[in-house]
Design a protein around this ligand. Sequence first.
Ligand SMILES: [Zn+2]
Length: 176
Amino acid sequence: MSTMDIRIYGDSILRKLSKPVDSFDEQLMAVAEKMYEIMFEADGIGLAAPQVGVSKAFLVIGMPVEDEEPERLFFANPVILESRGEDSFEEGCLSVPDIRADVIRPEWIKLKYQDIHGKEHTLETDGLLARVLQHEIDHLNGILFVDRLTPARKSLLKNDLQKLAKKGAKSEADLA
Ligand SMILES: [Zn+2]
């Protein structure tokens, strides 16, 4: 396995459409394990495979649980089937460090996905989990939360994003 580092805004892998997961094997489990490690280390609650340089459609989530270790969740090939409502919430992203902004998204979603063994499930959820899932599923499609800001808000962040993009392109070159 090559080095897995968090890829930063400006790295082209964050803009690619990830490929479906088709083998649910030990390799997948190993990458997922490593992703949990990287995510908890960085105090994140969600991490999508493209963020660590793996252009595959899966993601991990560590849902905060009071007084306990976060609950580990894994989603492969997730597809949102239905969504309802509207909610504004301040988001951040391990690939877009030091930038936080309110993003409007549906508050309730129904999705289908496969677990780490390839078994299919459907899930209806809202609140924080729905929020994190939508953010991470966007990553699988090459979309970042800053793409979902109003043009006015985005233009305020323009300089910060340009600085990040230089860093991101450099990290990409270093890893290549
Ligand atoms: Zn993110």
